[in-house]
Ligand binder design. Structure first.
Ligand code: AP5
Length: 227
């Protein structure tokens, strides 16, 4: 398919370690720019919950804080990118995470005449990540993310967005697993910062700032690469 450059759907990549705020920012960008958040973590957790073959293979790896195999993740994202709702553009949250995945994404986008508008690196200190992750909860109703201190739900524990009373904590958010996830990030995902810098699409944002400040900086970057 040959897509004119002005009508190409936007493709944004969010890069950052566990707890950097990728999901938080992706949901805000989704609302602001009408793009679709594609989180491989969410897609994999849905596959685990549904008991699919991919989910059964991924479950133990995710609980241990490692990376699920490239084949499984690439197949999942390839299927999802073909969905109708992705036609206006996507925010890739947690994908790619290895050089093999980045190369597969390049090939996939080339085959549809698309390109990466920006790979945005959320820059944070590792020490703050454990605090962020250990205080995290997620609304079971709408998926909104919360933090006990930095972004609390209503006083009665319900979701500020949809009112659901059920907020859940992730199985891989235990302190001992978080250390392994950070190791996996530095060994396998951080090299993508150099990869996308070489491709001329790298942008960086200070993600140690407050959530709304980070969101403002992200929006500035997104506007600049979508014009
Ligand atoms: P995934 O679900 O992608 O987890 P992750 O990358 O570890 O990232 P997190 O979701 O933990 O953090 P986040 O950056 O989204 O931060 P959040 O916005 O929630 O992956 C889970 C697992 O799936 C992986 O370990 C792996 O096994 C597998 N997987 C997924 N993709 C894969 C792939 N491509 N290849 C192979 N395996 C894959 O924020 C965290 C907390 O901090 C929240 O409570 C939030 O409210 C708070 N917060 C956010 N921003 C701020 C701020 N600026 N200040 C203060 N608090 C903040």
């Amino acid at each position: 398919m040959n897509v004119d450059v002005m009508t190409r759907p936007a493709v944004l990549i969010l890069l950052g370690p566990p707890g950097a705020g990728k999901g938080t920012q992706a949901r805000m960008l989704q609302e602001k720019f009408g793009l679709v958040q594609l989180s491989t973590g969410d897609l994999l957790r849905a596959a685990v919950a549904a008991g699919t073959a991919a989910g059964q293979q991924a479950k133990a790896v995710m609980e241990a804080g490692g990376l699920v195999s490239d084949d499984i993740v690439i197949a999942i994202i390839k299927d999802r990118l073909a969905d109708e709702d992705c036609r206006n553009g996507v925010i890739l949250d947690g994908f790619p995470r290895t050089t093999v995945q980045a190369q597969a994404l390049d090939a996939l986008l080339a085959s549809t005449g698309q390109r990466i508008n920006a790979a945005i690196s959320l820059q944070v200190d590792d020490t703050a990540m454990v605090d962020r992750i250990s205080g995290r909860s997620t609304c079971a109703g709408c998926g909104e993310g919360y933090h006990d201190t930095f972004k609390p739900p209503h006083d009665d524990g319900s979701c500020r967005k949809c009112g659901s009373p059920e907020l859940t904590r992730r199985a891989d958010d235990k302190a001992e697993t978080v250390a392994g996830r950070l190791d996996a990030y530095h060994a396998q995902t951080a090299p993508l910062i150099t990869y996308y810098d070489a491709a001329g699409v790298l942008q960086s944002v200070d993600a140690m700032a407050e959530i709304d400040q980070v969101a403002g900086d992200m929006a500035t970057v997104v506007k600049s690469v979508m014009s």
